[in-house]
Design a binder for this molecule. Structure first.
Ligand SMILES: *[C@@H]1O[C@H](CO)[C@@H](O)[C@H](O)[C@H]1NC(C)=O
Ligand SMILES: *[C@@H]1O[C@H](CO)[C@@H](O)[C@H](O)[C@H]1NC(C)=O
Ligand SMILES: *[C@@H]1O[C@H](CO)[C@@H](O)[C@H](O)[C@H]1NC(C)=O
Ligand SMILES: *[C@@H]1O[C@H](CO)[C@@H](O)[C@H](O)[C@H]1NC(C)=O
Ligand SMILES: *[C@@H]1O[C@H](CO)[C@@H](O)[C@H](O)[C@H]1NC(C)=O
Ligand SMILES: *[C@@H]1O[C@H](CO)[C@@H](O)[C@H](O)[C@H]1NC(C)=O
Ligand SMILES: *[C@@H]1O[C@H](CO)[C@@H](O)[C@H](O)[C@H]1NC(C)=O
Ligand SMILES: *[C@@H]1O[C@H](CO)[C@@H](O)[C@H](O)[C@H]1NC(C)=O
Ligand SMILES: *[C@@H]1O[C@H](CO)[C@@H](O)[C@H](O)[C@H]1NC(C)=O
Ligand SMILES: *[C@@H]1O[C@H](CO)[C@@H](O)[C@H](O)[C@H]1NC(C)=O
Ligand SMILES: *[C@@H]1O[C@H](CO)[C@@H](O)[C@H](O)[C@H]1NC(C)=O
Ligand SMILES: *[C@@H]1O[C@H](CO)[C@@H](O)[C@H](O)[C@H]1NC(C)=O
Length: 413
């Protein structure tokens, strides 16, 4: 049985291998090309059948096309992505990043659809699986083409991606691959091409971002009524292992509301808000309502991040938190910056926050309960006002006493 499974897989694989030519993929914005890749890739994917595990071998087919909607040339807030799609819901995505002198493939994501019987015969699941691979070792100088004829493999979670005959360039200065090449180490051994000169500039310090933009996120029930309201600016303070610096770095990263989609669910005593920025950042809030005390609070925060320069995807989760505490029927507000410690490697900074995860009616925030910091800030003008009033009173009394004295003085003369 297992043997016949693998035979089917092999035949399916060979059918694809027959077309294992280099595919050319290009990401364009307007009239100019920013990423171009000519490559062959073979994929080895281990999956479960009802009884055993099986391995599918496929090559990236010639019919692979660039998905224009999820590919991009990148911007200040996002990284360039080349997303090649093939078959029924399979995709190979390459995410790039640069430090000014070098660029690299910082993320490689393989998505495969187990309900495709031509690749995954007898799979016992029909789900779409996403595997994130990092540190794929594709580095080149800016304005040069990365070239690697020799096969190079990366493996994670039962998946092996093997590239060969690869030429690619991101952050392209022109519409075609640059004539200057950065040749991979494996090719240098066989062809004795001199290694590319390594630039000797010192690493630039990561700039500290300003306060994050305020986002407006809502969730609706299945019957279409708004059940959760949130307005806030969010900033991640994360420490992770940097691939380019080979050490743990501390980075502040803002969530960009423009690029963020909200989803989640509202239950009677628990509400979940998931904020997803592109494919690389996934932040989950869990709010809990205690129906005895009629108080709600932020009980859980989870962050999944696959940012450029991370040596591995970052995941941090804490589900025994007690933040943003307020009363059912009220919203929680904190205009001042708040620091929510989640785990030692991750704190979340919130700015101009107002949330209401329960008891939303008429699509609007109910009366707010303000955080202590805001109340303290409101106290300052009151204290100053009271002090001024006191001062005026003292001056007035002193004046009255003085007047009385001088009056008395006249009488003695
Ligand atoms: C793209 O190229 C066409 C023809 O070469 C030109 O008419 C058009 O203005 C260009 N568009 C942009 C956005 O550069
Ligand atoms: C196969 O099944 C095992 C055991 O249930 C599970 O841990 C594993 O994630 C499954 N593999 C895939 C590729 O779905
Ligand atoms: C499970 O595998 C055994 C042999 O390993 C085979 O005899 C049996 O029929 C399989 N069961 C199913 C449901 O495929
Ligand atoms: C698929 O098979 C694996 C073992 O091969 C098993 O552990 C897993 O639970 C099965 N999944 C489903 C959805 O049946
Ligand atoms: C997965 O494959 C099935 C069957 O070929 C298809 O109906 C489904 O739309 C595919 N899923 C995705 C996300 O493309
Ligand atoms: C790359 O080429 C562009 C345009 O030719 C130039 O502006 C840029 O300075 C170059 N960058 C590097 C790092 O050489
Ligand atoms: C860019 O990264 C490369 C590879 O880690 C490093 O050698 C180089 O010094 C870095 N350059 C800058 C300007 O940070
Ligand atoms: C919508 O459904 C929720 C429960 O899911 C219920 O509490 C609410 O009254 C419903 N609203 C309307 C307008 O039907
Ligand atoms: C980020 O976290 C580090 C370590 O926890 C801390 O020293 C630093 O002050 C934090 N920075 C900000 C802006 O919150
Ligand atoms: C990273 O640093 C460790 C120890 O600090 C060292 O053993 C390792 O060789 C370094 N790796 C690279 C790629 O420089
Ligand atoms: C978000 O979108 C608005 C309007 O579409 C734009 O003005 C703003 O610059 C964008 N912000 C970012 C970070 O892209
Ligand atoms: C709910 O609040 C009551 C009263 O403050 C408290 O005794 C109880 O432990 C709380 N329940 C949970 C699940 O936190």
């Amino acid at each position: 049985m297992t043997r016949s499974h693998s035979l089917v897989a092999l035949v399916a694989g060979l059918a694809f291998l027959g077309y294992a030519r280099a595919v050319t993929l290009e990401v364009r914005e307007g009239n100019s090309t920013c990423i171009k890749a000519e490559l062959s890739a073979s994929l080895s994917i281990t999956y479960n059948t009802s009884n055993a595990t099986s391995t599918a071998q496929v090559s990236l087919p010639e019919s692979t096309t660039v998905d224009a909607s999820s590919s991009s040339c990148g911007s200040n807030a996002s990284f360039p992505w080349l997303v090649g799609v093939f078959g029924t819901g399979h995709a190979l995505s390459l995410g790039f990043s640069t430090n000014g002198s070098m660029y690299n493939v910082s993320n490689l994501i393989l998505q495969y659809n187990l309900s495709d019987p031509s690749i995954f015969p007898q799979a016992n699941s029909s789900s779409v699986v996403t595997v994130v691979l990092t540190s794929v070792g594709i580095w080149a100088r800016v304005n040069t083409t990365y070239r690697c004829i020799s096969p190079a493999s990366v493996t994670a979670a039962g998946v092996t991606v093997t590239f060969s005959d690869m030429k690619l360039e991101a952050y392209m200065p022109g519409d075609d691959l640059s004539p200057t090449e950065s040749v991979c180490v494996a090719d240098q051994v066989s062809t004795t091409v001199p290694p590319p000169p390594v630039p000797t500039t010192s690493p630039t310090p990561v700039p500290t971002p300003g306060p994050p933009e305020r986002g407006n996120y809502t969730l609706t029930n299945s019957n279409g009524t708004v059940c959760l309201l949130a307005q806030m600016g969010l900033q991640f303070n994360v420490s992770f292992m940097s691939a380019s610096q080979n050490k743990t770095v501390q980075e502040l990263v803002n969530l960009h509301p423009n690029l963020t989609a909200a989803s989640g669910s509202c239950e009677a005593s628990s509400a979940t808000l998931v904020l997803m920025q592109e494919r690389t950042t996934n932040l989950t809030f869990i709010f809990t309502l205690n129906s005895t005390s009629n108080k709600y609070y932020l009980s859980g925060v989870t962050l999944d991040a696959a940012w450029p320069d991370m040596t591995a995807p970052f995941r941090a989760s804490n589900t025994s938190l007690d933040y943003l505490r307020s009363t059912l029927g009220r919203s929680y507000m904190c205009s001042a910056e708040q620091t929510l410690a989640v785990v030692p490697a991750f704190t979340l900074n919130t700015f101009r926050l107002q949330v209401q995860p329960f008891g939303v009616s008429t699509n609007q925030f109910a009366t707010a309960e303000e955080c202590q910091m805001d109340q303290d800030q409101m106290l300052i003008p009151i204290v100053v006002g009271a002090a001024l009033a006191g001062l005026v009173l003292i001056v007035l009394i002193a004046y009255l006493i003085g007047r009385k004295r001088s009056h008395a003085g006249y009488q003695t003369i």
